[in-house]
Design a protein around this ligand. Structure first.
Ligand code: AOF
Ligand code: ZN
Length: 345
């Protein structure tokens, strides 16, 4: 690692401290270095709050050092008046003349204009240090901004003989308690959690977070024909829920009905609508029909499958796993967790 990479890594580590709080904004870190010493640090701590550069520069005690310092920031400084004024202007006003950037900002409100501002003001700008690491860290944000739909994480558990559910679809816990806890942690890491109609009907899931501290995601279900009974957990008004349907129904309490049409572009409309609602990422927890459709349509970014040692002999077949994109394998209790990554969606 060269010196620039070392300081950028520090900025990326700082950025990661904003995980879960900044979304749907990116997580961003910033480090100010003068004479081989870090004299200021900051990160974007909260959605709507000050950006990383502002926090970093504010933490510098002797501001007269700024024109002789190098500023490392993990994302192109913004150029727009959003919830806060433009960071590029802020850097220029403080006399910063040397900026190192990890990733450019795909947000159409910025998209190179921040860099342009810095260059026009006479700053030396170096772009692309630890670029891959930055793309990985903010993969949800980059997908959301460039594809105009949420980042999709598919998750399921399957038996040793390849079934995802019992023949009658009666609820059956295939993976073990540790896997369950991990799934609750995952629920805190995405902004939304989506299930198809059959899963909503047969499993009657709560889709909340019980076995891990953190924020509960927005509950989202597909209910084209409005089959989910009012007595089901999903409609219990305990937290906000979106129901995508082909029927007309007035929203009540915490449950919002969104009518889509026509049917053949239902999923595309659903994802586009989630984009307009600023839902950056979604965990898809079943069932088979929805998972298979997303797999066939290449609408997924990560797959996480628990392979359980139990056998069911008969039941609902688990979705076909992709032949490419294997990423990792690890033991979780009695189950094996296998993950896949898709860089082409
Ligand atoms: C930066 N530094 O730390 C972050 C940036 O609504 P706002 O004002 O908070 O702006 C959000 C947008 O600003 C976000 O979508 C992304 O383009 C950029 N985020 N930019 O210079 C930061 N978090
Ligand atoms: Zn900014």
């Amino acid at each position: 690692m060269n010196t620039d990479e070392k300081y950028m890594q520090r900025a990326l580590d700082l950025a990661a401290l904003g995980t879960g709080e900044a979304r749907p904004n990116p997580i961003v870190g910033c480090v100010v270095v003068h004479d081989h010493k870090i004299i200021g640090e900051g990160w974007h701590q909260k959605y709507g709050g000050p950006h990383a550069e502002v926090n970093a520069l504010n933490s510098v005690q002797d501001k007269s050092l700024l024109p002789h310092s190098r500023v490392y920031v993990t994302l192109e400084p913004c150029s727009h008046f959003g919830k806060t004024p433009p960071c590029a202007d802020f850097l220029i006003q403080h006399g910063v003349r040397d900026v190192v950037i990890c990733n450019t900002d795909p947000n159409p409100l910025v998209a190179g204009r921040g860099i342009r501002k810095l260059i026009d003001a006479g700053c030396k700008v170096h772009i692309g240090v630890l670029e891959e690491e930055g793309l990985e860290l903010n993969r949800r944000f980059f997908t959301f901004q460039t594809k105009k739909r949420p980042y999709l994480v598919l998750k399921w558990a399957q038996s040793a003989d390849g079934f995802i559910a019992l023949p009658n679809c009666q609820p059956y816990q295939i993976s073990g308690p540790l896997a369950k806890q991990l799934v609750h942690k995952w629920r805190t890491e995405e902004q939304g959690i989506l299930v198809g109609t059959r899963t909503a009907l047969f499993d009657n899931p709560q889709l909340n977070v019980r076995h891990w501290p953190g924020q509960a995601p927005l509950r989202i279900a597909i209910d084209k024909q409005l089959q989910i009974p009012a007595t089901h957990h999903l409609l219990d008004d305990s937290q906000p829920t979106l129901l995508y349907t082909l029927k007309e129904k007035e929203s009540t309490g915490q449950t919002e009905y969104i009518t889509l049409s026509p049917e053949n572009t239902f999923l595309d409309q659903l994802l586009a609508d989630l984009y307009t609602r600023n839902i950056q990422s979604v965990l898809v927890e079943g069932g088979t029909a929805l998972l298979e459709t997303l797999l066939e349509r290449n609408l997924w970014h990560e797959i996480r499958v628990f392979h359980s040692p139990v056998t069911l002999t008969d039941g609902v077949k688990a979705p076909q796993l992709p032949t490419m994109g294997f990423a990792s394998r690890r033991i979780v209790g009695d189950d094996e967790l296998i993950t896949y990554r898709n860089h082409f969606s």
